[in-house]
Design a protein around this ligand. Structure first.
Ligand SMILES: NC(=O)c1ccc[n+]([C@@H]2O[C@H](COP(=O)([O-])OP(=O)(O)OC[C@H]3O[C@@H](n4cnc5c(N)ncnc54)[C@H](O)[C@@H]3O)[C@@H](O)[C@H]2O)c1
Length: 315
């Protein structure tokens, strides 16, 4: 049988830290049954707690008919978790040696037709699948924190991943209401994190040279282009800024400015001095804020934004 044939009703969640717990909450909210495992002391209680806290938000987003936060079992080993699973989402530590050992076990115990997806932020699927006997069903399904709120999932195959497994993962995530994109090359940091890191580099550089404070560089995004970036991607926004001439005009008109600026961008190193400068700047920015209220507002506004986007003409 090809990887991923048949409906997905039960998902194994391997590792229930920051990312695994959030995936588990999402799977339950989408009406799936979850079997989870994590070797850390107290992991089961933390997972239950996480799901309880996330549930009201998931209710607000909209639950599937079969959604039930108690349709979860916590088991002692990865082997028990994957037995009978129709899809495996792995969220163990971001270390290749740990992942490779874990994948030998997952691969041996998971039904051969079932896809095993790693949440890995930076490891290449070719390396993760290297010691598997059925590597064709192993891939990366990289979410953004927290996966129960942020729609993007980056799907990346390794050298030995089958097209069938990629198609199954893409369809599975889309069916959950996620927004999967397929990435056709194995890259450090996949795509979205590379984009973020490019921005972090310049933000840190601008603080480093004293052009702006931490609060000001953050405002330059959150009160500026960041408002548009939640709605449309950078190339579509270029098109809008080109007026009647669209993207072609924007590239011709402002392309030289972009190239001059690229050549001028900073290359900071994250040494102790820069780290301390960033932390001190952040502490200053936080001093006038009610931090728990800021976090709560961020989560509430993300939900409102997701709802508003779903009802709009945006892609
Ligand atoms: N934190 C993020 O923002 C983020 C975002 C996207 C993807 N990821 C990826 O998700 C994965 C998990 O990251 P995290 O931030 O949740 O880390 P985390 O440290 O919060 O969770 C990792 C969990 O794995 C457990 N674990 C350790 N050994 C294990 C094993 N052999 N089998 C099963 N579980 C094991 C640990 O006890 C821990 O609970 C990583 O690959 C990371 O790159 C993280």
């Amino acid at each position: 049988m090809e990887a991923g044939e048949g409906p997905i009703g039960r998902v194994a969640v391997i590792g229930t830290g920051v990312i695994g717990a959030s995936w588990a909450a999402l799977f339950l909210a989408r009406g799936l049954e979850v079997v989870a495992t994590d070797p850390a002391a107290g992991a089961e209680a933390r997972l239950t707690d996480y799901i309880r806290h996330a549930w009201p938000t998931l209710e607000e987003i909209g639950l599937a008919e079969a959604a039930d936060p108690s349709r979860i079992a916590f088991v002692a080993t990865p082997e028990e978790a994957v037995a009978g699973a129709d899809f495996v989402q792995e969220n163990g530590p971001e270390r290749l040696d740990v992942k490779q050992d874990l994948y030998v076990r997952l691969d041996a115990a998971t039904s051969p037709d079932v896809v095993i997806a790693s949440s890995s932020s930076g490891l290449k699927p070719s390396d993760i699948q290297a010691r598997c006997r059925r590597p064709e069903r192993v891939l990366v399904g990289h979410p953004f924190n927290p996966p129960h709120l942020i729609p993007l999932v980056e799907v990346v195959g390794g050298e030995r991943t089958s097209e069938a497994a990629i198609a199954t993962a893409m369809a599975f995530y889309a069916g959950l209401g996620k927004h999967p994109i397929r990435i056709r090359k194995e890259l450090i940091g996949h795509v979205a994190n590379r984009l973020q890191v490019a921005l972090f580099r310049e933000a840190y550089h601008l603080v480093d040279i004293g052009a702006v404070t931490v609060a000001e560089v953050d405002a330059a995004i959150s009160h500026g282009p960041g408002l548009r970036w939640a709605l449309l991607g950078p190339v579509m926004l270029n098109h809008l800024s080109g007026g009647a001439g669209g993207l072609r005009h924007a590239l011709d008109h402002l392309g030289p400015f972009k190239e001059t600026t690229w050549a001028d961008l900073g290359r900071p190193s994250l040494d102790e001095a820069l780290k301390s400068k960033l932390v001190a700047g952040l502490d200053e920015a936080l001093a006038s804020l009610d931090y728990p209220a800021v976090v709560a507002a961020r989560d509430r506004l993300i939900v409102e934004l997701l709802k508003a986007k779903a009802e709009s003409a945006l892609p």
